[in-house]
Design a protein around this ligand. Sequence first.
Ligand code: AHR
Length: 520
Amino acid sequence: MTVGRLKAAAAALACTVMLGTSGAAAARPAAESASVSIDLEHPGPTIEPAVYGQFSEHLGNGIYPGIWVGPDSPIPNTNGYRNDVVAALKHIHVPVLRWPGGCFADQYDWRDGIGPRAKRPVRVNASWGGVEETNAFGTHEFMDFAELIGADAYISGNMGSMEPRAMAQWVEYMTSPSHSSLAEERRANGRDKPWHLKYLGFGNETWGCGGEMTAEVSAMTHRRFQTFVSAPSQNGPMVRVASGASGDDYAFTDTMMRLAADKMDAISLHYYTLRGGWDKKGGALGFDDAGWAKQIERARRMDEIITGHSTVMDKYDPKKRVGLFVDEWGNWFDSDPKEDLGVLYQQNSLLDAVTAATTLNIFHRHSDRVRLGAIAQMINVLQAMILTDGAKMVLTPTYHVFDMYQPFMGATPYPVTIQSPTFKAGDTTLPMVDATAARGKDGQLWLALVNADPERAAQVKLGAEGSVKGSVLTADEIDAHNSFDHPDTVAPRPFAQRAGKNGLILNLPSKSVVVVEVDR
Ligand code: AHR
């Protein structure tokens, strides 16, 4: 039976996954089998494109010179934005960009970042290394940049150290079509038309760097700000994002929802993947199979954490009006020792690709609640899409996963049941194979598969005729990464397979991510 017929019959597509040996893996452990079934009868809620969003903070080299080099820089740029970075971001269609923090957001006065750049005040970035912040990249630079790359703007407003009036005036400055003094000031600073502000965050990590508030104080502060901050109707609906919990702090979400659910459209969740806790994060490179597996295990916890917060939210919001925005997530390793303290620069390896794909698969499964994600962070910071060094730029394995997963933006997911063999490394045992499936906006059925086993290949047998084509991301070493000298060590390669007499079999290399379109 072809996949096309399966679609027509809206039947379940059953896939069998069997492990096999490849030439290179001949001496490796014996094959086992598993099965995956895709339930085409029960499409889920759309995977919001915003789930593929990104986060960029005034931290380390994220903004300067990751995005902004200034119009006079010898680095090729357009109006101060690096051309290489703009082209790379346009290619992956970044749906939404969150700025200016992070912790930086709650120390940021928007007035510092408007007007002639030469006259802007220089501040100390107290959140990140006490470096001088020139404010060269401010509201105009950010909003224009978001427009340039085609992303919706997500402003993270200061609720920790400023009053609601400041936030209200910032929103008016950006969005008002009127002739108010603030709108005229925006015009005088070079922008006639109001920008579109799609998302506004009220504070960041209010339980910590955003003001050390209890959940009760955070909820009531959020409510207070709602009284004073709004966008004009011409802006269209502005999604109000409450600052939410970290990790598995379900009590925080409970209190926020109980006291303020009616005053928010979404609540945030931050979850960073740390191999051994904050004091023993481990390195971005040089880990063994046990470290590899532990990192993936921690990334897989995202599923349990989202389920926990979603369950709490259901108590107050059973119709799921309020979205859960995972607006900071990713691997946090020990900083590269060559870098100064506070810049949070880390390399990005095949392990980051596998955890990114695993996390995106989890978001697909929670499309009923998770309507925005923002990986931390876009350039040169933590689990970055892009690394730069002077005029050089390199795309990371994480970037390639976001590129490969583009068909899932706006797609309709199907439930997938996976029965997979496990692998063990150190004290960690995990399933080898993870998979999600969705019908893209292009009408095609797409599969995303991860083989997390660092040693063994997997043969995935689809119980269907036809063929698949797409791409595979893998490398020889578990910590393979792209450097400025070797930028394509980890890069997608074409992947195509056609049904034989045993049906359609996908050969997944060890430690790989595969995204394919099923051709019917
Ligand atoms: O992404 C780095 C920091 O992590 C952010 O500033 C903060 O929100 C979080 O703790």
